[in-house]
Design a protein around this ligand. Structure first.
Ligand code: MN
Length: 333
């Protein structure tokens, strides 16, 4: 029988990292700083050890601007340049093989697959799994892995790991005992935390302001949802983000979710692939430790074909805006 403890197999992971003669690291589609920071930290270390390493993500074609100053970005390659066969394939911050997008087709060509992740909905799809839903970020799990591996953390690696910790904790909002000790350990290497935060979180083009003014104008409040918990939602149409990069839309949910009258927030983002395809971000407002009265948005997202964390999750949906809202309301019950 598999237990949660069995899913944090650091010893097997270290053994695989030590013996692999070639390694592919796959970040999730629509990458964030946690998946890219995890991937680049491992790539920097493997490269220094002389192990050939490739890091990639299936889509979009370009790394978002905010992450281009992360150390080790030169290890990123286009999906087409990821070899078909390697000794070890590592999936970082991916709850399921589907999150690898088109690069999931590289899994059968890997002698071993290592999954490093902290999503509660993780399917343990690796031959080795380092999965802990209590971890603040996947980069936190990388630190635990490096400690068992005996690899010291230098400023370049610390920069990558801090990037994931900073962003996945919402700038240290959603943390637990030990989070600040971990941050302190990374900061003690001499990294410039203010500059890292500015690059990742506080830099937007002017078009972001006008995009927000249009998108926030679509917001609707449904106070009766879930016995009065309330739902707030907004739409990001392709026209709204014309002239700014698509990742600028990722910040919309962080504004919408602050609505005091709603325990649940949703942002529907129209996909550039067309076909009435939308990606949906969900947030539960009450993230107090031990709060049991809220909604688990990972369960809601899973019921709609997606996944995520208890307080932050997402899924893909197809249809007209009114159909999307009806589908979400039905799943919320
Ligand atoms: Mn993460």
């Amino acid at each position: 029988m598999t237990t949660m403890r069995d899913a944090v197999d650091l010893e097997s992971a270290v053994e695989a990292l030590n013996t692999a003669r070639s390694v592919t690291i796959v970040c999730h589609v629509q990458p964030d700083a946690d998946t890219v920071g995890s991937g680049l930290a491992l790539a920097l270390i493997l490269h220094r050890r002389g192990t050939p390493v490739w890091v990639s993500f299936a889509e979009p074609a370009e790394l978002p601007e905010s992450m281009r100053s992360l150390p080790g970005v030169h290890h990123l390659v286009a999906p087409a340049d990821v070899p078909a066969e390697v000794d070890l394939l590592i999936a970082v911050d991916c709850g399921s093989a589907g999150r690898l997008g088109a690069l999931a087709d590289r899994m059968p060509g890997a002698a071993q697959t290592l999954v490093i992740d902290h999503h509660r909905s993780n399917t343990r799809f690796g031959s080795i799994n380092v999965v802990d839903a209590c971890a603040e970020s996947t980069t936190s799990l990388i630190v635990r892995l490096l400690d068992v591996w005996g690899v010291p953390i230098d400023p370049e690696v610390a920069h990558c790991l801090y990037a994931g910790l900073l962003t996945d904790t919402g700038s240290f909002r959603w943390i637990r005992p030990g989070t600040h000790q971990l941050a302190e350990r990374l900061l003690a290497t001499g990294i410039d935390s203010a500059e890292i935060a500015r690059a990742l979180l506080d830099t937007h083009p002017f078009g972001w302001l006008t995009m927000l003014s249009r998108v926030l104008g679509t917001a609707q409040l449904v106070p009766t949802v879930c016995g009065g918990l309330g739902l707030v939602y907004a739409f990001v149409r392709l026209d709204d983000i014309a002239g700014v990069s698509s990742e600028e839309a990722e910040s919309v949910i962080d504004i919408v979710r602050t609505t005091s009258e709603a325990g649940i927030a949703a942002v529907f983002k129209e996909s550039s692939t067309g076909g009435d395809r939308w990606t949906v971000s969900l947030r539960a407002r009450d993230s107090r430790a031990g709060a049991d009265d809220g909604v688990d948005v990972a369960e809601v997202a899973s019921a709609l074909g997606g996944g995520g964390h208890r307080f932050a999750a997402g899924y893909t949906a197809y249809g007209r805006p009114d159909e999307l809202v009806a589908g979400l309301l039905a799943a919320l019950g």
